[in-house]
Design a protein. Structure first.
Length: 384
């Protein structure tokens, strides 16, 4: 089996884990008696830790050739099945919150190493189709969303950790079978010395980091409280499964075709497009008066998160030096985690104290700010 195929399996199984641990965490914790504010606090605590350790892990990997992306992923996999089994055995909302928080932290920590794998193989002379692989991840996410939504409605919330154990084991076995040798310093194009902080060293990246953080704040504000939004409009967990599957399917044309897109449009321009897509999505959410309208809003994933998912990875590849690649990917993926913290806390507060409409108005304001910020980053990238 080629490394290109194994990388598709890696992305596919990773996004199945993400579907269970991140997208269905609110469903699980609600089932254990945890309220919206408590879930927001849990997400914030573990999200801050995750956002802080991602660049640290990335720098460790960049500085030590023995800490390859493969080795880091396998180490992060080890505690996950144990935690998932304990979740089913230990009752109570506090223990559930802590264990789900740990799973969330570990799941987010995988991202920079998964995104660094194609760069490693390309340095070895093997082409990896990132867009096709990421599209595979969206497809498996969509299928599992539908399955999980139906299973939770039929069998209860313990379906979530059961499905999670299976996906983690598949992910770990596939990663173990992928060849990865430590890269020599010459291959990394660096001397091994600790470089200046990525945010200080690359101004265009720093501004784009802010824009992506705003995008992910919006993405996670609606994503975290999607179940509550759907329930407000008369839906349930089965509708949530459909609402999660729709954007995952909508992503596929862009992700599968990204290798063509990047030949004609730069990654920074595509990130401006993504900002516009998130703004459109926020407006449709604000206008929604039914679950069907939420489904329609979720279709805008085609021009929002789908574009962000690939363009943000390639923006790092194109604008950050080889010796800082894993660190750069870690900073970029930390926008997802930091966005979840900000979106979770801010969205939860607004939802509980001011209502759903106030939260969605705030969401629209945030997305409006992503467009000029990304445009400034694009200008800086072209100057430098």
């Amino acid at each position: 089996m080629s490394n290109n195929t194994r990388y598709k399996i890696m992305q596919g199984t990773y996004w199945m884990i993400y579907c269970m641990v991140v997208s269905f965490r609110v469903t699980f914790l609600n089932g254990r008696g945890m309220g919206t504010t408590e879930i927001g606090v849990m997400t914030a605590v573990f999200g801050v830790i995750a956002a802080m350790i991602q660049p640290v892990f990335g720098r460790m990997s960049d500085n030590d050739p023995k800490l390859t992306w493969r080795r880091m992923i396998l180490c992060l996999c080890i505690p996950m099945p144990v935690i998932l089994v304990l979740m089913m055995l230990i009752p109570g909302k506090l223990s559930a919150g802590i264990m789900m928080g740990l799973l969330y932290l570990l799941t987010c920590a995988f991202m920079p190493f998964i995104n660094s794998a194609p760069y490693y193989y390309e340095q070895k002379g093997e082409t990896i189709n990132f867009g096709m692989a990421r599209g595979t991840g969206s497809a498996t996410f969509a299928v599992l969303s539908l399955i999980a939504g139906a299973m939770v409605k039929q069998s209860g919330i313990n379906a979530i950790p059961v499905l999670s154990v299976v996906t983690v084991l598949l992910f770990a076995v596939n990663t173990y079978l992928m060849p990865c040798e430590p890269m020599a310093r010459t291959e990394r194009n660096g001397s091994g010395k600790r470089s200046a902080g990525v945010l200080r060293k690359y101004p265009a990246f720093t501004v784009m980091f802010v824009s992506c953080l705003l995008m992910m704040t919006s993405h996670n504000m609606t994503g975290t409280y999607l179940l509550q939004i759907i329930q407000t409009l008369g839906g349930d967990s089965s509708h949530l499964g459909v609402a999660l599957a729709i954007p995952a399917i909508a992503e596929l044309p862009v992700l599968f075709g990204y290798s063509y897109l990047k030949k004609h449009i730069s990654s920074e321009v595509l990130l401006v497009v993504a900002g516009c897509g998130f703004f459109l999505k926020s407006i449709l959410f604000l206008m929604s008066g039914s679950v069907t309208m939420i489904y329609l809003a979720q279709l805008t994933q085609l021009v929002s998160f789908a574009v962000y998912a690939s363009a943000s990875v390639y923006f790092v590849v194109e604008n950050i030096n080889a010796e800082d690649q894993t660190t750069g990917q870690a900073w970029m993926t930390s926008t997802i985690v930091a966005g979840m913290v900000i979106g979770g806390l801010l969205g939860g507060y607004l939802f509980e104290h001011m209502g759903m409409r106030a939260m969605l108005i705030c969401n629209s304001i945030i997305t409006a700010a992503t467009i000029p910020t990304a445009a400034v980053a694009t200008r800086l990238a072209r100057i430098h």
